[in-house]
Design a protein around this ligand. Structure first.
Ligand code: AHM
Ligand code: MG
Length: 358
């Protein structure tokens, strides 16, 4: 019979590999797990109580706030903010940083998107929580500032996500691979179900909101055309899959291989997704699983953030797929003509020639 490993035990064992580790990271991740369980409780009850729909307000991005969004945000702040481990927190739902009551003793920084994919909530489609943890930069005993939150993704000490889907899963990394846990609701524990997740080097799925095709720049349009062409060697055409819930789209591609793109567009020149709450944590997970994450030009984890709610284009997934997409984005690659079109093009040319010679 397979051994049952809870998430707490797994984190603890990972930490033991580092002599001198204080066990704090274990505590931090336990706090996140606890908050996720609270959110999950409400997500599955969502149809039964009056917490669906819009709260009638707009968030800092000018988007409508859903009630469950607000709930998830409050639960995270409540569950995590009082333990004295975090000096500062920042959420996609709050305009400013959140300074917890026990802030001065806190050594860490938590950045999170409490309920990503919220536009899908009312239709019972998977949503998720994304989190990212850093060490504080400011001195212990002082009040942390926004600068503690504006760190490069490469400095994350832990990151991951929780997906509230047909089952609830938590996937995390502390820089030693990517591990997935499934919640056993009967005992309320996350149990190791996906040790050492690795993403295939090349996939067969592409995920992009093709409804914005007319707003895409030429490189992305050509890349989509490339993916839709037939070519046995490279397994094309690819399948399109787009849920519109980043965590769910990313999670599927992580397990099956493929690419997710939210590009810059003519309408949104910086893309839509947030660097600190969405792109950085998923980029850390993706790289740890052997994948690649860039903004089409440079590595996500190397971007120096300038503001809390900074947006970035995101190309993330299987290494080879992301590299090819970058070549198209950068104008370094062109689509080859469809093979089946070549005979008809040649016939067209010879018809034109004979007309000219007449
Ligand atoms: P949110 O944080 O407001 O929920 O927005 C992020 C979501 C992602 O989950 C998803 O990938 C993207 O927005 C979908 O956007 P669009 O509807 O423009 O394709
Ligand atoms: Mg989000």
């Amino acid at each position: 019979m397979a051994e049952l490993i809870t998430i707490e035990r797994h984190i603890l064992e990972q930490q033991r590999k580092f002599p001198g580790a204080s066990g704090e990271l274990t505590q931090l991740l336990s706090d996140v797990t606890f908050a996720a369980k609270l959110v999950r409780r409400e997500v599955i009850r969502a149809g039964l109580v009056d917490i669906l729909g819009s709260a009638g307000a707009q968030n800092v991005q000018g988007e409508e706030v859903k009630k469950l969004d607000q709930f998830a945000n409050e639960k995270f702040i409540q569950a995590i903010g009082h333990h004295g481990r975090f000096a500062v927190m920042a959420s996609e739902e709050n305009e400013d940083i959140i300074i917890p009551p026990t802030e001065k003793s806190g050594k860490y920084v938590l950045l999170f998107d409490p309920l990503d994919g919220s536009s899908n909530i009312d239709a019972n489609v998977s949503v998720g929580t994304i989190f990212s943890i850093y060490k504080r930069k400011s001195a212990l005993g002082t009040t942390a500032t926004v600068q503690d939150c504006l760190q490069k993704g490469v400095d994350q000490v832990a990151a991951g996500y929780v997906i509230y889907g047909s089952s609830v899963m938590m996937v995390y990394t502390t820089g030693q691979g990517v591990h997935g846990f499934t919640l056993d609701p009967t005992i309320g524990e996350f149990l190791l179900s996906h040790p050492n997740i690795t993403i295939p080097k090349r996939g067969k799925i592409y995920s992009i909101n093709e409804g914005y095709y007319r707003y895409f720049f030429d490189g992305i349009k050509k890349y989509i055309k490339y993916l839709q062409q037939e070519d046995k060697e490279t397994n094309r055409p690819y399948s399109a899959r787009y849920i519109g819930s980043l965590v769910a789209d990313f999670h599927r591609n992580l397990l099956y291989g493929g690419i997710f793109i939210y590009p810059r567009t003519k309408k949104a020149p910086e893309g839509k997704l947030r660097l600190l709450y969405e792109a950085n944590p998923l980029a850390f997970v993706c790289e740890q699983a052997g994948g690649r994450a860039t903004d089409g030009y440079k590595r996500i984890l190397d971007i120096v953030p300038e503001k809390l709610h900074q947006r970035t284009p995101l190309f993330i997934g299987s290494e080879e797929d992301v590299k090819i997409a970058e070549e198209f984005e950068q104008g370094l690659r062109e689509v080859e003509h469809d093979r089946e079109l070549i005979p008809s093009m040649l016939a067209e040319v010879s018809r034109a020639e004979s007309t000219l010679l007449r």
